[in-house]
Design a protein around this ligand. Structure first.
Ligand code: AMP
Length: 283
């Protein structure tokens, strides 16, 4: 199992391999791996000659220092999980210095407004951090295909936008959301929930499913009102936002358009932990 901590070593290795493989699949992660991450890795393995997984908690995409400090870091067990999936996966687990060279700062991006909706609105600077790290990692790994989860749907659209605007030669593949048995979207942050709350958090997906049913007959505003009002009566679960937006521009749905695909997006704070999820409303 190859684990690189330095970009110079990783790129030297990848360059030495160019004759033997045609496609490189890349899965960027922040570690604390769960089955959702592993499903992305599996997809990359199926479709590429070589798969690189990065494990790096990127400081510039955190707008909350406490969240950054508390983010789970479990490199040893992450390596074990990947090894069990496939021991030919190449792991890149750099230090902050290796990535940022003492200047831990984001570049500034224009994602045509996608960055100002939902997560962007509630986490200032977040998508500049995402754009910065993804661009840096793409430069280092130079992947043919890169895999991102629809769990972070807005992030997926941001990355696609960056690739299109900067004319990067990489195909971005969106992967379905993996859920715990009770429906809660898998997330590294779930580990920090108490057992009781983790069980109760299934209500987030229940509301998304309910909104999908309601959206068949009701307007986006009516559905949103229902969810927002319902959350007022749920103890401990603070709704940060619930929005129905089109998939492409992530703009709120003011009036349904048959030609557009819509999704419901939700962010909830519980026990000091921020959980996000989304569901397609049109498929
Ligand atoms: P993270 O480590 O949270 O930055 O996530 C790394 C990648 O895994 C991102 O592309 C996420 O969207 C994806 N991911 C996280 N959770 C899930 C999940 N439950 N199902 C599918 N993909 C996921």
């Amino acid at each position: 199992m190859l684990v690189f901590n330095q970009k110079s070593e990783l790129t030297a290795f990848l360059e030495s391999q160019t004759i033997e493989f045609k496609s490189v699949g890349f899965v960027p992660t922040m570690g604390a791996l769960h089955s959702g991450h592993l499903s992305l890795i599996q997809k990359s393995l199926e479709n590429n000659d070589l798969t690189v997984v990065s494990i790096f908690v990127n400081p510039t995409q955190f707008n909350n220092n406490d969240d950054l400090k508390k983010y789970p870091r479990t490199l040893e067990s992450d390596i074990e999980k990947i090894k069990k999936t496939n021991n030919k996966v190449i792991i890149y687990a750099p230090s902050v210095d290796d990535i940022y060279n003492n200047s831990v700062e984001s570049a500034s991006f224009n994602f045509d407004g996608i960055e100002n909706q939902m997560e962007g609105k509630h986490r200032p600077g977040h998508f500049d951090g995402v754009g910065t790290i993804v661009k840096k990692l793409f430069q280092i790994v130079n992947p043919t295909n890169a895999y991102f989860g629809k769990k972070d749907f807005q992030q997926l659209q941001i990355v696609k936008k960056m690739v299109a605007k900067e004319k990067l030669i990489v195909k971005i593949i969106g992967c379905e959301i993996l859920r715990e048995q009770n429906g809660l979207a898998m997330s590294s942050r779930n580990e920090r929930l108490s057992t009781e709350t983790r069980e109760k958090a299934s209500l987030i997906f229940q509301f998304l499913r309910k909104s999908k049913v309601l959206f068949q007959k009701k307007s986006a505003q009516e559905v949103s009102k229902f969810v927002i009002e319902s959350f007022k009566n749920i103890n401990k679960f603070d709704l940060e936002y619930f929005e129905i937006c089109d998939e492409e521009k992530l703009l709120p749905c003011l009036k349904k358009n048959k030609l557009k695909k819509y999704r419901a997006f939700i962010a909830v704070n519980v026990e000091g932990i921020r959980l996000i999820d989304n569901i397609s409303l049109t498929k």
